[in-house]
Ligand binder design. Sequence first.
Ligand code: ZN
Length: 499
Amino acid sequence: MKLRELKVRLAEVFDLNMANDLLSWDQSTYMPPGGAAARGRQLATIGKLAHQKATDAEVGALLDDLRPYEQSLPADADDAALIRVARRGYEQLACVPADLIGAIYAHSAASYDAWGRARPANDFAAVRPYLERTLELRRRLANCFPGYQHIADPLIDMSDYGMRAESVRAIFAELRAELVPLAQAICAQPLADDACLRQGFPEAQQLAFGERIIRSFGYDFSRGRQDKTRHPFMTKFSLGDVRITTRVCEDDLSDALFSTLHESGHAMYEQGIDLSFEGTPLASGTSAGVHESQSRLWENLVGRSRRMWQHFYPQLQAEFPAQLGAVSLDTFYRAINKVQRSLIRTDADEVTYNLHVMLRFDLELALLEGRLEVKDLPEAWNTRYLADLGVAPPNDSAGVMQDVHWYSGGIGGAFQGYTLGNILSAQFYATARAAHPEIDAEISQGRFDTLHAWLRENIYRHGSKFTTDELVQRVTGGPLSSAPYMAYLRTKYGELYQL
Ligand code: ZN
C-alpha cells in the first residue's frame, strides 16, 4: 500500500522530468530561434515543480515507513532496489534548494542558446559570462553536499554514482601511462588514407543506411525515431519512446553513420530496461559510464570492426557505387579506424579519444577548484592540446567551444563517463564473447541477436537497479579494469599499424 503510494508519487516526478526532456529535445531539434527565451522559462518552471514533488516531505515519510519492508527483502529484489534508489535520489535532491534548481534550468537553456550562436561566430567572449555563471551555479550545487573531499565529487557522483575525483584520477593515470606510448607509436607511422570517406554522400541515403544497420542491431523504431540536431544525443520520454538524433555532413560519410551507431547503443540500453520499472527511478541507465559503455560498444567494438563490415560493406558499396565501388574493404576498414592527432573529441579515433577526455576532466577540476579562471580557459585548453595531442586549435570554435557540455550547464562530472565507458565497453564485450564465442561469426553475417540478448539479460534490463560497481562485479566477476580495453586496442591497432 505504502509502496503503491510511493510509486504514484515517483511517477509524477518521472513524468515531469520526461516532459522537460521532451522540451529539451524539441529545443535541440525543431524549435525556431524565437522560442528560446520562453523555453528556458518553461524548463525552469517544470524543473522546479518536479523538484518540489520529488522532495515533498511525504516522500521522505513514505521512504521511512518502507524501511522495514525493504530490509525484509533480498538486496537485489526489485522492490528493495526501487526503495533504495528512490531514497538516494530523495536525499540528494532534498539537499538542493528549489530556487537553485530553477536557476540552473533557466541558466542552462540561456547558455545553450548563446553557445549555439557564439560557436559558429567563434566568439568566446559572448559565452564567457554564461560560463562564469555556470561555474558559480555548479559550485553552489556542489556545496549543497558538505563533507566532500573534492568539490567535484558531488557533481561526479550525480553522473557516475560512487566515483570521486580521486578515484577517476587514479583510473585515468593508469590508462594514460599505457595509452600515450601506444598513441605515439601509431602516430609515428604514415597516416591512414581516409579520402574514400570524404566524397559526396547524399543526406537521405546516409540516414537510410545508418538506420538499416541499427535496425539489425536491434534498435526498435516502433519505440523510437531519429531526428537531426547540432550535437547528437539520445533522449527518452518513456521506455516506449527512446529517441536518437544525428547530424549529417554530406562530404563526410563517417559523421552521421557512427553517431547513429553510437546513439543507438544508448537507446537500446534504455529500450531494454524491464518494462515493470516504467515511471520509477529504476527506469534509466545506471550511470554515465555504463551508458557510454553501451554506445561505445556498438559504435566501436562492433561498428568499427572488420567483422561487421564484411557483411555491410558490400551493401554500402551498392548504395554508393560511384563513391565506393572501387574502394576495397581493407581500405575502408583502415579509413574508419584512422588514428591521428586531432582537435575534435567527437571525431577522434579510439586510441586518442581518451586523451581528449582526460584533459577536459582536468580542466573541469581546475575550474571548480578555482585554480583556473574562465577568462584563461581558452589558453589553458590550447596549451593542453598542444602538449597532449600535438595540435593547436586555430580558433575557439574548434577548441574550447566545441562541446555542448559546459555550455548547457554541466561543468564538473561532464566528461569522465566517456572514458569510463570505453574501459567498461571492452570489459563487457570480452565477457560476452567468452560466454558466447559464436558472437564473432554472427556479426560477420550481420546478425546481432546473441550479443543483444546477452546485453539485455546482463545489463539493459536492470536499469538503475545496480550501481556501476555492483553491475561490473555481477557481469564480469571482478572490479572495473582497463586491462581488457588496452588489450583490445593493442590487438586491433597493432595489426592495423603493424606495431
Ligand atoms: Zn554517448
